[in-house]
Every structure is written in structure tokens, then in C-alpha cells.
Design a protein around this ligand. Structure first.
Ligand code: KIV
Length: 266
């Protein structure tokens, strides 16, 4: 399978060819996902919620991201591998930002990093990109800001907020980012940003007009059945399948139906 690079992603925008991205956190999922020709895999810090059982993404560490990136890297066969920089690994100083981005690339094997925020972290985006690490921006709902924003709701409801998002997207592009994730913003705003930028927009809850789409894999596979955001399309109901399989296994073992003749060594 052709290896996807930053250039592939930029070219896709030019050709008006939609970009596909999913999150992954482990070897076997990355193997399955990349075998289908996905453009980008994101080792998201949503890892904190969906794999580590935290309430939010804030406790996730650089070590966590490196550990899971290494696992995904071993399964990935062609997607561009992007890893989230976790909370407080890039906000404090530009040196921290570059050092931690470098660790994620050198130790984890990621090919790009993603950071949340606009003008307030622009020096960090520029420094990371100048250090030859491709950067993806992330605007709109930025889960690392949960303690400031209070809840995971749609962003940019006022004209000022919309204008700020547009100017943030432009400065991120100028600072050297090669793509920007737009999360939980009105469709028309995402459409405007997509038209303003030369770099691609990747939407999650940002409507139909972004250059690409990203989803958390556990959401789209139906692994989490107690909450379903409106913007998620469930492509499978794995939690139901897994529960039924485990129940069958328990019943089989208890009733002596497993193992059977074909499962034993003679
Ligand atoms: O952490 C993550 O999975 C993300 C996606 C929701 C874009 O940032």
C-alpha cells in the first residue's frame, strides 16, 4: 500500500479528494484500520477517556502517548501517523514543546503531532514546525480546555467567537501547520474556514464541508454504548457483539460445551 505523507494530505486538498482519519491506540486496530487504506491515523489523547478510563484527557502523559504510538506504529501499514501532544506538554515553553514533540517522533515513531489552540500557542506551533516536525492544529472544541469551557458543547455561537476561530486558523497555517482539526463547530463556519485555508481542515462534528473527517474509533465501532454524540455515525455495534460473545463463552464453559473435540491436542 502507498505510504501516505504530509504531501499526500496537502495534495488531496488541492484535488478536492476527501481525507479520511480515525483514531487508534493499539497494534491490532492499527493493522485493521490501515489495511483499508485510511489516510491518517491519530493516536489521540482521547486515549485517556476511551482506553485508560479517565474522566477527561488531562491526566494523559507524554509517556502514555509514546507507548501507544509505538504499538500503533507496529500495526500501521501506510497511513500518516499523527500523535496528540498531551495537556501541558507544549503550553509552557517553546523548548518543552519542541523537546516533547521530538520525543513523540523519535521514541514513539509518529510522523506528525497535533496540538490544541490558536494564537495563544502560535510560538509553539512555529517552533515545532521549524524543528522539522509536521504539526496539525486543533480548534473549536478543544478537550484539553475542559476546565475553562465547562462542558463538551458546540463552540462558536457568537460572531466574535467565529471571527476568532477564522483568524486562529489563518495564523496556524502561517505558523507552519499542515492541517487543522475543527471540532464541534457550526457547519457554515467550518465551510468558511475550509475556503480560507490552503491547508486541509479535518472535521469532527464540524459538518460536511471540511476537507476530511476524523472520528474516535471506539465511537464509530459502537464500543461505548452509554453516550452517543449527534455527530457520530455508528458503523458497528461492537459492544453488543462482545457482550454476547463473552456470555456465550461463559455459558459454554459452564455447560462443558467448550472445549470440544476439535479444540484439544491428541
Ligand atoms: O484525541 C482525539 O481523539 C482527538 C480527536 C477527537 C480529533 O483529538
Amino acid at each position: 500500500m502507498n505510504k501516505k505523507t504530509v504531501l499526500t494530505i496537502l495534495e488531496k486538498k488541492r484535488l478536492n479528494d476527501k481525507i479520511t482519519m480515525l483514531t487508534c491506540y493499539d497494534y491490532i486496530t492499527a493493522k485493521l484500520v490501515s489495511s483499508q487504506g485510511i489516510d491518517m491515523i491519530l493516536v489521540g489523547d482521547s486515549l485517556g477517556n476511551v482506553k485508560l478510563g479517565y474522566e477527561n484527557t488531562l491526566p494523559v502523559t507524554v509517556e502514555d502517548m509514546i507507548y501507544h504510538t509505538k504499538s500503533v506504529k507496529r500495526g500501521n501499514s501506510g497511513a500518516l501517523l499523527v500523535t496528540d501532544m498531551p495537556f501541558m506538554s507544549y503550553e509552557i515553553t517553546t523548548e518543552d514543546a519542541v523537546k516533547n514533540a521530538a520525543r513523540i517522533i523519535k521514541e514513539g515513531g509518529a510522523e506528525a503531532v497535533k496540538v490544541e489552540g490558536g494564537i495563544e500557542i502560535i510560538d509553539k506551533i512555529k517552533a515545532i514546525s521549524d524543528a522539522k516536525v509536521p504539526v496539525v492544529g486543533h480548534l473549536g472544541l478543544t478537550p484539553q480546555a475542559i476546565n475553562k469551557i465547562g462542558s463538551f458543547k458546540v463552540q462558536c455561537r457568537t460572531e466574535n467567537e467565529c471571527n476568532k476561530l477564522i483568524s486562529d486558523a489563518k495564523v496556524i497555517e502561517e505558523a507552519g501547520a499542515f492541517a487543522v482539526v475543527l471540532e464541534a463547530v457550526p457547519e457554515q463556519l467550518a465551510r468558511e474556514v475550509t475556503h480560507c485555508l490552503e491547508i486541509p481542515t479535518i472535521g469532527i462534528g464540524a459538518g460536511r464541508y471540511c476537507d476530511g473527517q476524523v472520528l474516535v474509533i471506539d465511537d464509530m465501532l459502537g464500543m461505548i454504548d452509554n453516550f452517543q454524540p449527534k455527530f457520530v455515525k455508528k458503523y458497528a455495534d461492537l459492544s453488543k457483539i462482545i457482550r454476547a460473545a463473552v456470555k456465550n463463552y461463559i455459558d459454554d464453559v459452564k455447560e462443558g460445551k467448550f472445549p470440544q473435540e476439535g479444540n484439544v491436542y491428541k
